[in-house]
Write a new protein. Structure first.
Length: 101
């Protein structure tokens, strides 16, 4: 999968240094993945939440941070929509978030 954008992950890691390794591992693993359906995501990440046909939420450092992405399965693309603390995540409607690219 091709991920947009690693810079977003790096910027978040600068503000939250404790999550840096987890984000780098996620990026490395997803870059090697081939996802054709949400089921493929769930097989690789059983704790991922499939929100709709393309929105997925990953629990990074379980209980601490959420990574929200949109996946274009047909094109092999993953767009980072938002990264936030679990507390911030609890205050939003994840379906209302938009990708600003």
């Amino acid at each position: 999968m091709h991920i947009f954008s690693k810079a977003t992950l790096q910027q978040y890691a600068k503000r939250h240094p404790g999550i840096r390794e987890a984000l780098l591992t996620w990026h490395r693993d997803v870059s090697k993945a081939i996802w054709k359906t949400p089921h493929d995501v769930k097989q690789a990440y059983t704790r991922a939440s499939i929100i709709n046909a393309k929105r997925v939420v990953f629990d990074i450092n379980p209980g601490a941070h959420r990574l929200v992405v949109d996946v274009e399965y047909h094109w092999g693309l993953v767009f980072v929509v938002a990264i936030m603390t679990h507390k911030e995540y609890d205050r939003i409607n994840v379906e209302d978030l938009t990708y600003d690219g």
